[in-house]
Design a protein around this ligand. Sequence first.
Ligand SMILES: Cc1cc2nc3c(=O)[nH]c(=O)nc-3n(C[C@H](O)[C@H](O)[C@H](O)COP(=O)(O)OP(=O)(O)OC[C@H]3O[C@@H](n4cnc5c(N)ncnc54)[C@H](O)[C@@H]3O)c2cc1C
Length: 450
Amino acid sequence: MTKQPAGPGQWRNWAGTATATPARWAQPRNEAEISAAVKEASAAGLPVRALGSGHSFTPAAATSGLALDLSLWTGVTAADTETGLVTVRSGTTLRALSAALAQIGLALANLGDIDAQTISGALSTGTHGTGARLGGLATQVEALDLVLADGSLVTCSASAWPELFAAARVGLGALGVVTTVTLRCLQSFTLIADERPLPVEQVIEEFDSLAAANDHFEFYWFPYGRNALVKRNNRIPADGGSPVPARMPGWRRFWEFEVMENAAFGTVCRLGRAAPRLIPALGRLSSAALSARSYTDASYRVFVTPRRVRFVESEYAVPRESLPGILAELRRAVPRLAEPVMFPVEVRVAAADDIWLSTAYGRDTAYIAIHQYTGLPYQAYFGLFESVVAEVAGRPHWGKMHSLDAGRLAPLYPHFDDFRRVRAQVDPEGRFGNRYLGRVFGPPGSSITD
Ligand SMILES: Cc1cc2nc3c(=O)[nH]c(=O)nc-3n(C[C@H](O)[C@H](O)[C@H](O)COP(=O)(O)OP(=O)(O)OC[C@H]3O[C@@H](n4cnc5c(N)ncnc54)[C@H](O)[C@@H]3O)c2cc1C
């Protein structure tokens, strides 16, 4: 069953920041084939990585061993519209999942900016959206099925193997191949989206109240600009409340999201890359040109937008109360960088959770994501950012660029060694290892204090 998919044998991620040449590929169509592929790789002494959609900026999925392409392992296998419990195969994209849920009157409670990721890839790196009272995607998980290194298929949940469940919901693919995910979904809901520019000082001053007053609050700040683009998405009140804005017509959706946010912004970015000295002025222009819009739509259509302009990204989770200080530091330091920054900074929020390697473990969190247009230098900017967030025990997104290793990560996570213990138990030989996991966890089976 192990076969090479059509196309060259190389693997490359969306951002072009990671490549790999797997020795072997498999496209399993059921759990028995996933298990057989893992056993065959084990017999051949090959490491194994499950592939998602390749949307991690880190080489989390890269392997020189067996690449498990799960694109034939998709679809919803069970759904209870009363309880909202839905079981989905791990290779299903969030887009396909949202569409399938909409057909039965259900929806995910929250989503990030895009929906191209697979459910298992998104969970594995701790993917999140925004909402002060909501956790990341992994907090919506009720149970997981995994194929372990010995080829066995196991189930974990809060009651069945709870330690594996605490580890595997954000597991970086280090514990096994997730085969199905059971999620707790909500009844379909509609969001009112309100997006408008506000002075960045005002947004920072009112950050806590804006986060508390809205179901989903985030803002973008263009370095060099005075304005932040504030996005507030709120559910339509049950009593109907005051009149709500209309759905955005198809032509306007195309104009706003495809033409303005992608085509026009892409042109501005290319201009900046060709003439970097113009970047601060272009940033000020982009900031000044921000305009307001309000519309209503199904939740999953409001949460995500197309992202066609390629970029590199780093994102850190910080204690929520530290956000104003960090932004003040960035606003001071970024204009002094020798190499200017083309892309905005994105700020989001999430509630504390109890998932061992969740970036929001144990603390109400603000996420700060920084980006740079592809092809422009980013190292000094990302390095500066890392030194600022290190002061407040910032935790890097597992799927976005960062330089931390096991020694730096261990003190940031109270259950880091528990995770490593469970990993040593279920994968003593490090079958699911790769270079990235070697950096962030150290060698399999060893304690960080070894
Ligand atoms: C344009 C863009 C926008 C983004 N927006 C957001 C956002 O809003 N919020 C956010 O938090 N992140 C965001 N991300 C990051 C992204 O959500 C994560 O990096 C996510 O992990 C990508 O999912 P994927 O399916 O592409 O997985 P991949 O990147 O392919 O893989 C990620 C990890 O999951 C593992 N994996 C995949 N499938 C399985 C499986 N079945 N079993 C075990 N392990 C598995 C892989 O081995 C790898 O370690 C964004 C990324 C991009 C490029």
